[in-house]
Design a protein around this ligand. Sequence first.
Ligand code: PMT
Length: 219
Amino acid sequence: NYSQNLKGKTVLITAGPTYEAIDPVRYIGNHSSGKMGFSLAEEAAKRGAKVILVSGPSSQKTSNPEIALHRVTSAKEMFDEVFKHYENVDIAIASAAVADYAPKEVASEKIKKNDDTLVIELVKNPDILKTMGERKHRQFLVGFALETQNEEENAKGKLEKKNLDMIVLNSLRDEGAGFKNDTNKIHIITMHENREFALKSKDDVAKDIMNFIEEKTLK
Ligand code: PMT
């Protein structure tokens, strides 16, 4: 007996980490498990939305028929998949931990252990969320900010720079927040508001986020 408030809406969600190949056996990655993004996808689907979930490598699964899951590996693949769908969605939520840089060249053979030091040149990846902000016309756009210092200031900066409608801040300084845990502790920040929430399960955090989005988008 869930509200069907999002019936008729399409929600695009990015989740998980990205892996940037160094050679055929190694990559640059991060600790994102995909849990936060998959919880958001389930919550949006329960409320009647059609969900497009674009996830980097993650062991999370879904069997919900309302969730179309697209699995990708690198930031570039995530970018391409997101922009196959972005044009026609009503709400977009970027919860993925996208690698900011990728190796300039991917070695075709396994890199051998020769010298005492090894230098890998990195180049900037496309910023998926920033591009969504630039191409925004009807979408309600939600970003995440994972911070370790000057949290609220940095989050507000991302809100403005990426042309977002709201940003979900989680800080690695808060115990039980951020990567891997089944829990998270967030602030939701808009141009005019800063709402703080208690530490809770990622499923319950997803409810708070979707409630806030409904409050702002359904009139
Ligand atoms: O997956 P879990 O283990 O459950 O962990 C959840 C989480 C900690 C990954 C999640 O809650 C979270 O904070 N996701 C964003 C992580 C992040 O990379 O934040 P950021 O501050 O570096 O990036 C800001 C925003 O820009 C994010 O919405 C990110 O998805 C987006 N971005 C960043 C870089 C890039 N190249 N493209 C992007 O879209």
